[in-house]
Design a protein. Structure first.
Length: 207
């Protein structure tokens, strides 16, 4: 007989099974029957919490993005100078990717499914925009403080998001970031491209 469990525990049980199956079989091949079997539950129990396979996938997409929202919420409440906030955010992502027990392959699945499913695409766009908005504010703060060179904070935030997505994509196929090397060499490279420098004239004039 299936043990009665609190709703959050049961949802987590189902989502863990669904994530594993989506990664193993792909979205189209995975079935709710398979999820129920992997979770050691009845098919009806799965449908009680998630009315369809698509609802299961969307719940996993939202869960995948919770970590990003948590990171950004902490940064938004941080009263320190912009350069410190940006370094701390970078460290958090490096720690996250380096500390994962298994590759974040669901990240790539979200992007693939987002091509076909408008709701998945909109959720992925929402977390992208949330990151860009938060980091753009950090960059604008740093420009006002004089620690970052002047530029379009939104465009620069989009570039930094691309770096984060690149790390996630590499991690998804088993290329884990070397945390110490990236902290020592990678993060300074990003920062020195942003830090204000003495006025040397318009560098673009000779182009």
């Amino acid at each position: 007989m299936t043990r009665h469990a609190p709703e959050p525990e049961r949802r987590n049980q189902i989502l863990r099974a669904a994530r594993a199956l989506f990664i193993e079989k792909g979205y189209l091949a995975a079935r709710v029957d398979d999820v129920a079997r992997r979770a050691a539950l009845s098919k009806g129990a799965v449908y009680f919490y998630y009315p369809s396979k698509r609802d299961l996938f969307l719940a996993l997409v939202a869960e995948q993005h919770e970590q990003t929202y948590s990171f950004l919420d902490d940064v938004e409440q941080d009263g320190r100078p912009a350069v410190v906030k940006l370094v701390d955010l970078g460290r958090r992502y490096l720690d996250y990717f380096a500390g994962l027990k298994t590759p974040p392959r669901f990240f790539l699945m979200m992007s693939e499914q987002g091509i076909r499913d408008v709701d998945v695409r909109e959720e992925c766009q929402a977390v992208h925009n949330r990151f860009v908005d938060a980091v753009a504010r950090i960059l604008a703060q740093g420009m006002a403080e004089g620690s970052f060179r002047k530029g379009d904070p939104v465009a620069l935030a989009q570039l930094l998001k691309a770096l984060i997505d690149g790390l996630a994509g590499q991690s998804a196929i088993g290329i884990r970031p070397d945390r110490e090397t990236l902290l020592r060499d990678g993060l300074p490279l990003v920062l020195h491209g942003l830090l204000a420098a003495p006025d040397m004239g318009d560098a673009s004039a000779g182009r």
